[in-house]
Design a protein around this ligand. Structure first.
Ligand SMILES: Cc1cc2nc3c(=O)[nH]c(=O)nc-3n(C[C@H](O)[C@H](O)[C@H](O)COP(=O)(O)OP(=O)(O)OC[C@H]3O[C@@H](n4cnc5c(N)ncnc54)[C@H](O)[C@@H]3O)c2cc1C
Ligand code: SF4
Length: 333
């Protein structure tokens, strides 16, 4: 048992000062990931600064159709929000595909975005891991990597980002509102929040010490768009994605796609926006052949390992199936 201090913050400034001043301090929200990692010895903060009571617990639907989701809104509340279910169904579907009812009732929006990889070596402190201990090596490349990444990985780390919600947010062009330790605010597209591992897999996001996520903002969805989140996993609950896909399309009167957005989960160190595939599909009739060619173009840059090569076929077939289904009007399958 390692002792640690706990402070409940009632203002963002005080919370940020506490975390900025102590290198071993960490924000604590629902604690569903952080406390697990503390129990495993992966991280040992000397001070937990509880931000769950900060005034970021509202879901604000705006007149223009956009939504501001407070950082401490619980995943269950967000998934069940009527406006989210009706106008951003893929976000609700992604949340409900993650964790369990109990966990979702505690887990928060910001905590979900910043949860850590589920790579088994990262979670086992008796093993080397470049992300946990820079320079120690990446045993996953020669070892257990079936669940790990095929896109955007490096020779130093092949971990995947585990969040379902983040994949949905990337497809929805969401941005995170960030408050720095000094009180300055900025907006970061969720897609750009995460760094690819390169030679420094220990650096996972663009956030600096003391940066606090205060909200996530959804721009208004394109009117008339259809969207869906689909997740393939080893079992129905309590399992992370082998591959997931968030797709949003809108079919114009002439049968071409005038909006198409695709994001993949379980494939990369960050939610992966499939821009090459989108480019090939945009302003075209979404035939099965074209959807397949678009998926293959996206996956051409993949670097699979022996045990996760199956993800390429799975991702391709998911993209094709979801585009076909959405174009055919099967929104609630
Ligand atoms: C058994 C199990 C199964 C799961 N299955 C899934 C799944 O299938 N899909 C999925 O997506 N997730 C899954 N999860 C993960 C779960 O969604 C996350 O644990 C949860 O979303 C984390 O939210 P939290 O509020 O508890 O974060 P915490 O554990 O409190 O924090 C996580 C990280 O975020 C930081 N943080 C928190 N709030 C802020 C803030 N406002 N600003 C800056 N930093 C902050 C913390 O310092 C910490 O580093 C599973 C978890 C478990 C235990
Ligand atoms: S894949 Fe990344 S997290 Fe997993 S062992 Fe390798 S360096 Fe560590």
């Amino acid at each position: 048992m390692r002792p640690f201090a706990y402070e409940r913050a009632d203002a963002a400034g005080a919370a940020a000062t506490l975390v900025a001043e102590r290198p071993d301090a960490a924000y604590f929200a629902g604690g569903t990931n952080l406390v697990d990692l503390m129990k495993l010895g992966v991280t040992s903060p000397g001070l937990l600064v509880d931000v769950s009571r900060l005034p970021y617990g509202e879901i604000e639907h705006r007149d223009d159709g956009g939504v501001l989701i407070g950082a401490t809104v619980r995943n269950a509340e967000l998934a069940g929000d009527r406006g989210i279910r009706e106008r951003f169904p893929l976000l609700s579907q992604a949340l409900l595909a993650g964790a369990s009812g109990q966990l979702r009732s505690v887990a928060t929006t910001a905590g979900n975005l910043l949860q850590r990889t589920r790579c088994v070596y990262f979670q086992d402190v008796s093993k080397p891991c470049n992300k946990r201990e820079p320079g120690s090596g990446c045993p996953a490349i020669e070892g257990a990597h079936r669940e790990l990444g095929v896109l955007g990985t490096s020779e130093h780390c092949v971990a995947t980002h585990p969040s379902d919600m983040a994949v949905a947010l990337v497809a929805l062009d969401a941005v995170a509102h960030v408050r720095s330790a000094a009180g300055a605010t900025r907006v970061v597209p969720v897609e750009e929040l995460y760094l690819l591992p390169g030679a420094t897999p220990q650096r996972e996001t663009v956030l600096e010490r003391g940066d606090l996520i205060t909200a996530v903002e959804l721009p208004p969805p394109p009117s008339g768009a259809a969207m869906r989140y689909r997740k393939v996993r080893d079992r129905w609950s309590y399992a992370f994605a082998l591959v997931s896909v968030a797709v949003l399309v809108r079919v114009a009167d002439d049968g071409t796609l005038d909006e198409v957005r695709i994001a993949l989960g379980g494939m990369a160190p960050r939610p992966w926006r499939a821009r090459a595939a989108e480019e090939l599909l945009r302003a075209q009739r979404p035939t099965e052949e074209l959807a397949r060619a678009a998926a293959e173009a996206e996956l051409a840059a993949a670097r699979p390992l022996p045990e996760n090569t199956f993800k390429l076929e799975l991702a391709r077939d998911l993209i094709v199936a979801e585009i076909r289904g959405l174009v055919a009007g099967e929104e609630n399958r």
